[in-house]
Design a protein around this ligand. Structure first.
Ligand SMILES: [Zn+2]
Length: 154
Protein backbone atom coordinates (compact mmCIF):
# COMPACT_ATOMS: atom_id res chain seq x y z
CA UNK A 1 0.00 0.00 0.00
CA UNK A 2 1.15 3.49 -0.72
CA UNK A 3 1.94 5.61 2.24
CA UNK A 4 -0.45 8.48 2.64
CA UNK A 5 0.25 12.01 3.67
CA UNK A 6 -1.47 13.88 6.42
CA UNK A 7 -2.79 17.24 5.36
CA UNK A 8 -4.38 19.58 7.83
CA UNK A 9 -6.94 20.83 5.37
CA UNK A 10 -9.02 17.68 5.17
CA UNK A 11 -10.61 15.26 7.53
CA UNK A 12 -11.25 11.70 6.34
CA UNK A 13 -14.69 11.64 7.95
CA UNK A 14 -16.03 14.41 5.77
CA UNK A 15 -19.12 13.68 3.71
CA UNK A 16 -17.71 12.84 0.25
CA UNK A 17 -20.20 14.84 -1.91
CA UNK A 18 -19.70 17.99 0.17
CA UNK A 19 -15.97 17.49 0.38
CA UNK A 20 -15.68 16.96 -3.39
CA UNK A 21 -17.72 20.14 -3.88
CA UNK A 22 -15.15 21.90 -1.69
CA UNK A 23 -12.44 20.90 -4.20
CA UNK A 24 -14.49 22.34 -7.08
CA UNK A 25 -15.22 25.50 -5.09
CA UNK A 26 -11.56 25.99 -4.21
CA UNK A 27 -10.51 25.73 -7.86
CA UNK A 28 -13.28 28.11 -8.87
CA UNK A 29 -12.08 30.67 -6.31
CA UNK A 30 -8.47 30.30 -7.49
CA UNK A 31 -9.52 30.83 -11.13
CA UNK A 32 -11.87 33.76 -10.49
CA UNK A 33 -9.94 35.68 -7.84
CA UNK A 34 -6.37 34.38 -7.94
CA UNK A 35 -6.63 33.63 -4.22
CA UNK A 36 -5.41 30.55 -2.39
CA UNK A 37 -7.54 27.52 -1.66
CA UNK A 38 -9.40 27.75 1.62
CA UNK A 39 -7.14 27.00 4.56
CA UNK A 40 -9.99 27.25 7.02
CA UNK A 41 -12.86 25.03 5.98
CA UNK A 42 -15.52 23.24 7.96
CA UNK A 43 -17.30 20.65 5.87
CA UNK A 44 -20.44 18.88 7.02
CA UNK A 45 -23.23 16.93 5.42
CA UNK A 46 -25.88 19.65 5.69
CA UNK A 47 -23.89 22.82 5.36
CA UNK A 48 -20.28 23.82 5.06
CA UNK A 49 -18.14 26.87 5.49
CA UNK A 50 -14.96 28.08 3.78
CA UNK A 51 -12.82 31.15 4.33
CA UNK A 52 -10.90 32.87 1.52
CA UNK A 53 -8.42 35.70 1.78
CA UNK A 54 -9.56 38.43 -0.63
CA UNK A 55 -8.64 42.11 -0.89
CA UNK A 56 -12.28 43.03 -1.53
CA UNK A 57 -15.47 41.00 -1.03
CA UNK A 58 -17.04 39.44 -4.14
CA UNK A 59 -19.97 41.31 -5.67
CA UNK A 60 -23.43 39.76 -5.94
CA UNK A 61 -22.72 39.10 -9.62
CA UNK A 62 -19.46 37.35 -8.77
CA UNK A 63 -21.20 35.24 -6.12
CA UNK A 64 -23.77 34.17 -8.70
CA UNK A 65 -20.92 33.34 -11.08
CA UNK A 66 -19.20 31.17 -8.42
CA UNK A 67 -22.46 29.23 -8.03
CA UNK A 68 -22.91 28.93 -11.78
CA UNK A 69 -19.38 27.61 -12.35
CA UNK A 70 -19.46 25.12 -9.46
CA UNK A 71 -22.80 23.76 -10.67
CA UNK A 72 -21.49 23.57 -14.22
CA UNK A 73 -18.62 21.33 -13.08
CA UNK A 74 -20.94 19.18 -10.93
CA UNK A 75 -23.34 18.78 -13.85
CA UNK A 76 -20.53 17.87 -16.27
CA UNK A 77 -20.41 14.33 -14.77
CA UNK A 78 -16.66 14.60 -14.28
CA UNK A 79 -14.76 11.54 -13.07
CA UNK A 80 -13.02 12.02 -9.73
CA UNK A 81 -9.92 9.88 -9.51
CA UNK A 82 -6.69 9.44 -7.59
CA UNK A 83 -3.09 9.27 -8.81
CA UNK A 84 -0.09 8.56 -6.62
CA UNK A 85 2.91 10.51 -7.85
CA UNK A 86 6.37 11.43 -6.62
CA UNK A 87 6.74 14.56 -4.56
CA UNK A 88 8.68 16.11 -7.45
CA UNK A 89 5.88 15.51 -9.95
CA UNK A 90 3.29 16.68 -7.44
CA UNK A 91 5.19 19.91 -6.82
CA UNK A 92 4.92 20.73 -10.53
CA UNK A 93 1.12 20.27 -10.41
CA UNK A 94 -0.12 21.53 -7.05
CA UNK A 95 0.82 23.68 -4.09
CA UNK A 96 2.59 21.44 -1.58
CA UNK A 97 3.34 24.19 0.92
CA UNK A 98 1.01 22.57 3.47
CA UNK A 99 2.79 19.23 3.27
CA UNK A 100 4.74 18.38 6.41
CA UNK A 101 8.46 18.19 5.74
CA UNK A 102 8.59 14.59 6.98
CA UNK A 103 5.85 13.47 4.59
CA UNK A 104 6.49 10.41 2.45
CA UNK A 105 7.86 10.70 -1.08
CA UNK A 106 4.56 9.65 -2.61
CA UNK A 107 1.74 12.16 -2.88
CA UNK A 108 -1.92 11.30 -3.37
CA UNK A 109 -3.40 13.63 -5.97
CA UNK A 110 -7.16 13.89 -6.40
CA UNK A 111 -8.44 14.96 -9.83
CA UNK A 112 -11.88 16.34 -10.58
CA UNK A 113 -12.00 15.71 -14.33
CA UNK A 114 -9.63 18.19 -15.95
CA UNK A 115 -10.89 20.99 -13.68
CA UNK A 116 -8.99 20.50 -10.43
CA UNK A 117 -5.98 18.72 -8.96
CA UNK A 118 -5.34 18.73 -5.22
CA UNK A 119 -3.15 16.74 -2.83
CA UNK A 120 -5.67 15.18 -0.46
CA UNK A 121 -6.20 12.08 1.66
CA UNK A 122 -9.94 12.58 2.08
CA UNK A 123 -12.90 10.60 0.76
CA UNK A 124 -14.46 11.74 -2.52
CA UNK A 125 -17.22 10.70 -4.86
CA UNK A 126 -16.15 8.74 -7.97
CA UNK A 127 -18.03 11.00 -10.34
CA UNK A 128 -19.56 14.45 -9.82
CA UNK A 129 -22.93 12.98 -10.88
CA UNK A 130 -23.01 11.48 -7.35
CA UNK A 131 -23.23 15.02 -5.92
CA UNK A 132 -26.96 15.50 -5.45
CA UNK A 133 -28.58 18.90 -5.38
CA UNK A 134 -27.50 22.33 -6.49
CA UNK A 135 -24.59 24.16 -4.96
CA UNK A 136 -25.84 27.31 -3.29
CA UNK A 137 -24.04 29.96 -1.25
CA UNK A 138 -26.43 30.49 1.65
CA UNK A 139 -24.67 33.33 3.47
CA UNK A 140 -21.40 35.19 3.54
CA UNK A 141 -19.61 37.97 5.34
CA UNK A 142 -16.41 39.89 4.95
CA UNK A 143 -14.10 40.98 7.71
CA UNK A 144 -10.61 42.38 7.42
CA UNK A 145 -9.60 40.55 4.24
CA UNK A 146 -11.36 37.30 5.08
CA UNK A 147 -14.42 36.33 3.08
CA UNK A 148 -16.38 33.63 4.92
CA UNK A 149 -19.01 31.81 2.93
CA UNK A 150 -21.43 29.04 3.82
CA UNK A 151 -22.88 26.68 1.28
CA UNK A 152 -25.32 23.84 0.83
CA UNK A 153 -26.30 21.29 -1.75
CA UNK A 154 -30.02 21.91 -2.14
ZN1 LIG B 1 -10.21 16.00 -0.80
Amino acid sequence: MEQQIELNEHNKQEYPPMHTTEHILNQTMVRMFGCERSKNAHIERKKSKCDYLLAVPPTDEEIAEIERRVNEVIESNADVYVRYVSKEEAASLVDLSKLPSDASDTVRLVYVGDYDICACIGAHVNNTSEIEGKFEITSHDYDNGRWRMRFKLK
